[in-house]
Write a protein that binds this ligand. Structure first.
Ligand code: NAD
Ligand code: ZN
Length: 347
């Protein structure tokens, strides 16, 4: 089968012929991949930056972790999906029996493996995954939206830890996940959503997706603008979606006393400056987010997409043939896109 593989420790991927994976355990499921989308993590691996050099343990490895596909074969103990089902899956592969797995927190399993990072990924014609990560979805969900349900889950998990009804929300960073969080905020009852973003392209996207106000923090003070909008009270909820230290601190300083911060961003350095005293004296609630809740977040996104409550049409901006993956990765790396989907196979 064809697969997008990191063959050597340098920039780029190669589209090569590899052996089809086979079912080896009773809980394995073999899936024909229909569409797969590109995440920032894939761009790190494509560029082979320091994060990728330190994180990826063995090559060659198939990249990718966001997909939708059709089940073609199941191991003898698989109960949740059957051949012919349309499925999506979490990239967090849990062990299923550790302390966290048994406490409803599979996304932070003690022995967690990340698809396409610790294992072969989904940028290939067929994949074999354990049944525990899979969710059968409704056939009416457009495949390009189904293929981005994994990052959509990040956005939903980050956004829904706060009660957004009637709230003024600040989102820092309008990358694909920030834009999804914007759309989720709008349908979750937020009254006014402010987005701060440094890129002109992404600022325009935020407006198109429905931001009430977009601020460029390079030439405007986010904190001043939020205080002006709220008569000096501050924002109710802050969603950090940029991975930028100054955006994070802008958000903390923009919150009202007792406000809620929810942080998805991952920072280039492990130790950063943080407005800790402001957070303490404002009596903030700070949530940090990793992955998605398995499977509360997934059921929520499946429902919103099935009943067409959530519109991703302005967030999924491009689709490329699998063979043209290089063009797709270069575009994703340029920042001049929303979510990019690779068409791997016809249904
Ligand atoms: P992205 O890099 O595509 O988007 C980040 C956006 O933030 C960009 O549009 C960029 O222009 C903008 N930005 C940069 N500096 C800014 C600043 N000072 N103020 C305002 N905006 C600024 O990332 P993404 O794929 O949308 O993901 C969002 C963040 O979430 C990233 O940091 C990513 O690493 C992280 N992430 C975390 C998890 C998790 O499980 N915790 C999962 C996926 C992604
Ligand atoms: Zn576990």
């Amino acid at each position: 089968m064809k697969a997008i593989v990191k063959v050597e420790p340098k920039k780029g991927f190669s589209l090569v012929e590899v052996n089809e994976p086979t079912i080896s355990f009773s809980h394995d499921v073999k899936i024909k991949v229909l569409k797969a989308s590109i995440c920032g993590t894939d761009v790190h691996i494509y560029k082979w930056d320091n994060w990728a050099k330190n994180r990826i343990k063995s090559l060659p490895q198939i990249d990718g972790h966001e997909f939708v596909g059709k089940v073609i074969e199941v191991g003898e103990e698989v109960k949740n999906v059957k051949p012919g089902d349309l499925v999506v899956g979490d990239s967090h592969i849990p062990c299923g029996h550790c302390y966290h797995c048994r406490n409803g927190n599979m996304h932070v399993c003690q022995s967690l493996k990340i698809l396409g990072v610790d294992t072969n990924g989904v940028f290939s014609e067929y994949i074999v995954l354990p049944d525990v990560v899979l969710l059968k979805i409704d056939e009416s969900i457009p495949l390009e939206y189904a293929s981005v349900m994994e990052p959509l889950g990040n956005a939903i998990f980050t956004t829904t830890v706060a009660d957004l009804r009637g709230s003024l929300v600040l989102i820092t960073g309008a990358g694909p996940i920030g834009l999804m969080a914007l759309a989720v905020s709008k349908i979750s009852g937020a009254s006014f959503v402010v987005v701060s973003e440094i890129s002109e392209y992404r600022s325009k996207m935020a407006k198109d997706v429905g931001a009430d106000l977009v601020i460029n923090p390079v030439n405007n003070s986010v904190v001043d603008k939020i205080m002006e909008l709220t008569d000096g009270l501050g924002a109710d909820v802050f969603l950090e979606m940029s991975g930028n230290e100054s955006a994070l601190n802008d958000g903390i300083l923009s919150l009202k006393n007792t406000g809620v911060a929810s942080i998805l961003g991952v920072y280039p350095e492990d130790r950063i400056n943080f407005e800790m005293n402001a957070a303490v004296f404002k009596n903030l609630t700070i949530h940090t987010i990793t992955g998605r809740k398995m499977f509360e977040t997934w059921y929520l996104s499946a429902s919103w997409l099935k009943y067409k409550k959530l519109d991703l049409s302005k967030i999924v901006t491009h689709q490329f043939d699998f063979n043209n993956f290089e063009e797709a990765f270069e575009l994703m790396a340029s920042g001049q896109s929303g979510k990019i989907v690779l068409n791997v196979a016809a249904d």
